[in-house]
Design a binder for this molecule. Structure first.
Ligand code: MV4
Length: 514
């Protein structure tokens, strides 16, 4: 096993990796940019090294600095987390050249599967179903038109280097093709420095379901079930769950075995995820492979009982997988909410700033993977993901009930968050019925009114008033303040209007000890 792991990331995922290292008795080195000096991942790490100014181009994306810290701190392995350099073959190659084990796939496998058309070739050779489309990049708009005439409109132009919906254009008819070709191509050049495009038949209202795989260096590859990731906003996942409400054991096995065939054909090792679209008839089509640990890996951990990060470390160190496919047993249901510092009432604008107070949920079936603390300032320089709230229940209904209960307990003040949005999504009848698809949230947001500004809007008023009064009484009795300095509790209780409730909340929330 490794002596010490360089954690080439920040925030909640750096902490997640640190926790696995601690439990395994492996040393860990954190890194931080200037603006992350006081971040929780630095505070929790036994050792942390600075790697430069706030912009990620000058810190978390600098392979030379990461390798320098790895060498000087005596690390023999590097975990990239997700985002930043996690899917950059150049980091994996730099590690190999320095004799440091990269905790992930080989650079060659990463490169092969990173190209969407190369991945489609591998999928095709492995007999994995794909959306009808081209296996090669297109030469020009005329080739795209030829495919579309054959397959029928609508079609989707996609970037070979794609990701995150960039360089993607839906085309409804032949008249739109030439301008869509230009737009998608220039967007792809800007985003990836590679303007090559391919084309697929467009699927309407598919679900986004992905399969987690894990491969070792002894020829073993297993799948760990699926995650349903259809609740997305502009190609950003918002709520993920496992298992999918529409996947039964037979479909899981077909998708899982297809994923394993593809991973094997691509020479894949370590943890990876294959994205599929699933249509209303439950046909599944391979889209692309993510060659990293994903943000939403905890829902798989909750239903399999496995620790994916520890398994990543073990297979990277050359150990065989400690379990076979038949040992993978799914139990219960898990749902994750991505908690962001953003304002759903203001077009999801990022809301960086100082966290003034934070009350965290706990109790049965609740897991919180986050990387923040009161007094910490959410920087403007990175993705504003604060962390993930994950629930587990013996079935989907219990997982939903626990998550809703935990969301009521959860409060963060000082910055805006999307916690209130999750309270509304998880109370939605369609969501509860599991009737979700890739454009579901965008359509839901377009038709549903803006959320109430109160963080506890879903609580019945009487309960809420009781809670506020209890907090006020506690406040008054525990810090020795003169109760007559503020409105008496009995006077508060008599009030019922919404704005007065707001005033009481503000008064109670203004506790300097928070
Ligand atoms: C599609 C599709 C429909 N038909 N491909 C979006 C990101 C990229 N990874 C693939 N995406 C899609 N590809 C065909 N042939 C619909 C989407 C899509 C989508 C996919 C997953 C999650 C959310 C999505 C939102 C809109 C469109």
């Amino acid at each position: 096993m490794f002596r010490k792991v360089l954690i080439a990331n920040r925030g909640e995922i750096a902490i997640r990796i640190l926790r696995a290292c601690r439990e395994m008795g492996i040393g860990a080195t954190a890194v931080y940019s200037d603006v992350d000096r006081a971040s929780l991942h630095v505070r929790l790490a036994g050792e942390a090294w600075p790697i430069g100014p706030a912009p990620s181009r000058e810190s978390y994306l600098r392979i030379d600095k990461l390798m320098d810290v790895a060498r000087r701190s005596g690390c023999d392995a590097l975990h990239p987390g997700y985002g930043f350099l996690a899917e950059n073959p150049a980091l994996a190659r730099a590690c190999a050249e320095s004799g440091i084990t990269f905790i992930g796939p080989s650079p060659d496998a990463m490169e092969q599967l990173g190209s969407k058309t190369a991945a489609r070739h591998i999928a095709s050779s492995a007999g994995v179903p794909m959306v009808p489309g081209t296996l090669e990049p297109l030469a020009d708009a005329a080739q795209a038109a030829a495919f579309a005439r054959e397959a029928g409109f609508p079609v989707l132009l996609k970037a070979v280097a794609g990701g995150g919906g960039k360089g993607m254009r839906r085309v409804e008819n032949e008249g739109e093709l030439v301008s869509a070709w230009r737009d998608a191509g220039s967007e792809a050049v800007n985003a990836f420095g590679d303007g090559r495009l391919y084309i697929e038949k467009y699927l309407d209202r598919p679900r986004h379901i992905e399969i987690q795989v894990l491969g070792d260096h002894h020829g073993n590859v297993i799948y760990l079930g699926e995650r349903e990731c259809s609740v997305q906003r502009r190609h950003q996942k918002v709520v993920e769950e496992a298992p999918s409400p529409v996947v039964d054991p037979a479909l899981r096995r077909k998708m899982g075995e297809a994923a394993v065939r593809l991973a094997r054909a691509g020479g894949y090792t370590n943890a990876g995820t294959l994205e599929f679209l699933v249509d209303a008839q439950r046909n599944f089509f391979f889209l692309e492979m993510n060659t990293r640990l994903q943000v939403e890996h905890p829902v798989t951990e909750m239903v399999t009982g496995l620790d994916l990060v520890k398994l990543q470390l073990r297979v990277a160190a050359g150990e065989p997988l400690p379990l076979r496919q038949e040992d993978v047993v799914l139990r219960g249901h898990a749902i994750e909410c991505r908690i962001y510092a953003e304002d759903p009432d203001n077009n999801f604008f990022p809301s960086p700033g100082k966290i003034l107070s934070r009350r965290v949920p706990a109790g049965p079936g609740i897991r919180l993977d986050d990387g923040v603390y009161p007094g910490w300032v959410v920087p403007t320089d990175y993705d504003p993901l604060l962390g993930k709230l994950i629930s587990w229940g013996s079935d989907r209904a219990e997982a939903i009930a626990r998550l809703r209960r935990a969301l009521e307990e959860y409060s963060i003040s000082g910055i805006q968050t999307n916690i209130g949005l999750f309270r509304r999504i998880l109370a939605d009848a369609e969501y509860i019925r599991g009737e979700i698809y890739t454009r579901w949230l965008d359509e839901w947001l377009a038709r549903s009114p803006a959320s109430s500004p109160t963080s506890a809007a879903a609580l019945p008023e009487s309960l809420e008033t009781a809670a506020i009064l209890a907090a006020a009484l506690f406040h008054v009795s525990s810090n020795g303040a003169n109760p007559s300095a503020g409105p008496a509790a009995s006077a508060l209780a008599a009030e019922g209007s919404h704005w007065k409730r707001e005033g009481r909340r503000t008064a109670v929330a203004r506790d300097p000890r928070d």
